[in-house]
Design a protein around this ligand. Structure first.
Ligand SMILES: Nc1ncnc2c1ncn2[C@@H]1O[C@H](COP(=O)(O)OP(=O)(O)O)[C@@H](O)[C@H]1O
Ligand SMILES: [Mg+2]
Length: 265
């Protein structure tokens, strides 16, 4: 008898707990939906709901990074794995002007839309295509999952919603920095020789470092194919930027030697 009362109480408490948890979840959810609605236009929300409805995405959760032109959210893919969802805003007038130089001369995209929204879609499509190319070449990058309009879905670099730090965000020991540099050169070489791609915006802000250390390169929006007029200058700029970062921290690297290694191993 006594036990029954305990049981009932326990069950009631459990029910109360679940109700509260659901309440909290719904509150958080609607906060997120509201913020999505504030930031993105109707078409973007429709594309996002389409990804959710077709099961490619299971859930979109908190924001990881809020840039001027894009936002990155933590999400869950259809198979339950953690994803990063990068969404370009379709409202910045500067966008097309600053990016035109990357898109012209790209043989994969012959016609360049005048319409701003369509240009942003092209930009996202190009970034996803670059990511697929380098991923297939074995470069250490987040695995591409799906792209629709201005939305890119890829593997989340992190665990339980906590992203791994960027190279710039953490203080590494000298021997770790040496390992990171080695991995970077190796990945730049694969990118160049196997994928025929130059990253275009390589710096300590677009390198993620997981435990190990294990290096990942992100953000392939500015990448160009070899043969593009910007390929060579962007390659040099990327190596120079990184070499400055590493030299300052005691890993001496030679720009010309690194460029030679990238191009011919
Ligand atoms: N796949 C990913 N996994 C975890 N975090 C990511 C991922 N992609 C991007 N991020 C986070 O979002 C930030 C912005 O993404 P990025 O692609 O570099 O766009 P941009 O620099 O153009 O704003 C990154 O600095 C990183 O913190
Ligand atoms: Mg970036």
């Amino acid at each position: 008898m006594v036990r029954d009362v305990d049981d009932v109480e326990k069950r009631l408490r459990l029910r109360e707990f679940r109700k509260e948890r659901m309440q909290r979840y719904l509150e958080k959810r609607s906060e997120l939906d509201e913020s999505l609605e504030e930031v993105f236009d109707q078409r973007t929300l429709l594309a996002l709901y389409d990804l959710l409805n077709t099961g490619k995405l299971r859930e979109v959760m908190g924001v990881i990074s809020a840039g001027k032109e894009s936002r990155v959210y933590h999400g869950v893919a259809g198979d339950g794995s953690e994803t990063a969802v990068k969404i370009y805003l379709t409202s910045s007038a500067e966008f097309r002007r600053n990016r035109l130089q990357y898109v012209v001369d790209d043989p994969r995209f012959k016609s360049i839309p005048r319409d701003f929204r369509k240009f942003v879609y092209l930009w996202a499509k190009r970034e996803f295509a670059n990511l697929v190319d380098v991923y297939n070449a074995g470069v250490s990058v987040p695995k591409p999952i799906v792209q629709k309009e201005n939305i890119l879905v890829m593997q989340f670099l992190g665990e339980n919603g906590v992203r791994y730090p960027l190279l710039v965000e953490e203080d590494f020991e000298l021997d770790e920095l040496r390992m990171i540099w080695e991995q970077l050169v190796d990945n730049m070489a694969k990118m160049y020789r196997k994928a025929s791609i130059v990253h275009g915006d390589l710096s300590e802000y677009n390198v993620v470092v997981a435990r190990g250390p294990t290096v990942y390169i992100i953000d392939f929006a500015q990448a160009v194919k070899l043969g593009h007029p910007l390929a060579e200058p962007l390659l040099v700029k990327g190596v120079e930027t990184l070499s400055k970062f590493f030299s300052k921290r005691g890993v001496s690297v030679d720009v010309d030697e690194t460029l030679r290694m990238i191009k011919s191993g």
